[in-house]
Design a protein around this ligand. Sequence first.
Ligand SMILES: Nc1ncnc2c1ncn2[C@@H]1O[C@H](COP(=O)(O)OP(=O)(O)OP(=O)(O)O)[C@@H](O)[C@H]1O
Length: 557
Amino acid sequence: MSIESRENSGNVSPRSFAIAHQRPRHEFVGCSKIAEYEVLGKLGEGTFGEVHRARSRRTGALVALKKIIMHNEKDGFPITALREIKILKMLSHPNILRLEDMSVEHPARHTSKSAPIPRKKPIMYMVTPYMDHDLSGLLDNPSVNFTEPQIKCYMIQLLKGVQYLHENHILHRDMKAANLLINNKGILQIADFGLARHYDGDVPQPGCGGGSGRRDYTSLVVTRWYRPPELLMHLKAYTTAIDMWGVGCVFGEMLVGKPILSGNTDAHQLELIFDLCGTPTLENMPSLHKLPAIKDLNPQPRQGNLAQRFSKHGSGAVSLLRELLKLDWITRINAIDALSHPYFRNEPLPAKPEELPSFEESHELDRRKFQTRREAYPPAPKGGTVGRGPTDNPNSSFGADGYGRNGGNSNRFPRNSRGPAEERVPAWQRDRGPADRVALPPRPHPPVDYGNGRDSRGDHPDGYRDRDNRGPRARGGGGGRPDVDTYIPAYDRDAPRRDDRHRERDDRRHDWGGGGGGGGRRDYDDRARASQTRSRSRSPAVRDRDRDRPPRDMHYR
Ligand SMILES: Nc1ncnc2c1ncn2[C@@H]1O[C@H](COP(=O)(O)OP(=O)(O)OP(=O)(O)O)[C@@H](O)[C@H]1O
């Protein structure tokens, strides 16, 4: 009997039909049952899922399982997860996290005599090799002090991964320390491709920076502290240079041990960038007229203090940092050129991955552990050393016995070759500035470019498209013009409106009101922070506070 006639016969239930038409089991390569893994503990919580450590019962290998949370089951499988899976399946490079498997958990069926309990949807997990640390967690680990050869080693690996992505027309769009995973063999891998997308422009060429953008994408990408000035000023025709800015922020963070540009609002973020890199002029940003928000700005002119701020790390580091954090996105250094920067050829030479020390696991959730440990430590005498000579930091609490709290570490691992004072004390002893008080801002919501077929000039001035006025091409998804970002399939125009979609649109408005937007218009990251019940980047204090609060919205449970 043909499929059609069987369907039409009305005798076959959908379930029997599906069973009869199952593809042979061996065809599902890369799709296992969750029972094949022994779950060992939680590693992190992201926007789109929890991450657990697990062991493969088949191979014995340690893996990470990233659970794909369905915030609203009616939406089906989250588009960001689909995007991440699709991109990760295409990529193969030693410095890119490898997607090894997709695993499915079928929740047990419950029965109830009183009322039928709705059948639960299967849960999907992305399976990747287990990495011992993320860079953000590692920098917070009190036992860790990076040496210059170590920083160079991580930077080379990061740049090779980014070069590979850009050569393959991929924009990562969420470059930050928390998305860089490191294992105890010294290997760094770029993770979290939830905001990544295909790039339509020319791939970077040696000596040519990032070049000019060819088409528009959403500018609502990249976690604020790592967001480049052109995105903060709403450039849509951006390029691979947005990832290079993030690489610069990560480089600075490794040098000083804390995020270097931790703005509280988008406006504040720009002010911090101008403090560091100078205010935009036609010399340092020749295409500034292309930035939609430039007219709203009237910053106090300044030169920038990058050289002074990083002088203790040497002229090579300052020179590379200056190239990575160039205001002009067109000539900002690309990964190919950054890899041949003299910084990597000058002494001390980069360490090899296998020469790097191994550290106690440190993921973002471990911050609480380090926090507890800090409280447990006895106060140390003042004026001591950290195993490599006296410190000039009067607030240092390292012991005068020459070991300090982490004295053991200074013997076990290569000594920190960074400058004195602030950078030599462990992360938890440093004043992390707003990082301690505010915690890493959540990354933007996934971009929603509805592919509405309208000219991008028809968008709202703030870059948010009006879904209600979408044209007929919105149906079916991805049917927009080729010059606008149609990455996300469109929803049906008549589909019921949901609160979370309104919020998403609202949350993505930039705040130009100088920290509060006149009361009514809060910065979208602040809104996101208030509305989401979890972020793996929150400080322990904020996490504890939020745990006791009821969720504001069912969609965010
Ligand atoms: N393969 C892995 N090995 C070890 N830890 C991992 C692995 N993958 C993710 N993690 C941990 O889980 C955290 C969250 O993972 P990931 O960034 O992929 O999730 P996300 O939902 O996209 O997060 P966010 O929305 O905050 O960017 C990471 O910062 C890291 O600490």
